[in-house]
Design a binder for this molecule. Sequence first.
Ligand SMILES: CC(=O)CC(=O)C(=O)O
Ligand SMILES: [Mg+2]
Length: 219
Amino acid sequence: MTARNIARFWEWGRKIICVGRNYAEHAKELRNAVPSEPVLFLKPPSAYVKEGSPILVPRYCSSLHHEVELGVVIGKAGTAIPQSSAMEHIAGYALCLDMTARDIQDECKSKGLPWTLAKAFDTSCPVSEFIPKERLPDPANVTLWLKVNDVERQNGSTSQMIFSIPYLISYISEVISLEEGDLILTGTPKGVSAVQEHDELQAGIDGIVTMTFQIDKTW
Ligand SMILES: CC(=O)CC(=O)C(=O)O
Ligand SMILES: [Mg+2]
């Protein structure tokens, strides 16, 4: 059997664990309370999409939002990982989008229902190429940006995160064991907005990675 390559983590079929409301300014722009503990939800591996394939608007959604986020790719499995050794479990990073059917999420929130339809649909997790951890020595201080049709919508630093990457790895792994190839989406800075069919999304971390996706209709 050939060894699997972590640089193609999206092909492994592992978990995508997402952190919500990890930037105070984003929590406020959606009139959510700033959390005292991480808000977690999941996406299935079928959510992955790579450059060259479109992001699809689910047929039931009339307000699809972009959320640019730093993704952490797990390289070493663990349960109840202490914060002090959390960084040793990271293989690298990816720039990610947490595509969100905002109208459906609002409806789910008002009815007290889970966010699955809003967050876990096919193509809801566009990802960049893998960034080995040596290329991002200070993940707690990188600027993420996103443009829609060349107009900047999001620009925020990971230094604004409420919960740090070691804290998140420790917190998540107390509840959900982390495996090699898992991806953690660490939350989005402010500036989320709606996109339409034919829009072009560009996102990047200066000097490290950029990625481009088109929006298309599902049906
Ligand atoms: C309100 C949200 O959709 C939470 C989320 O995903 C975030 O990144 O914050
Ligand atoms: Mg998000």
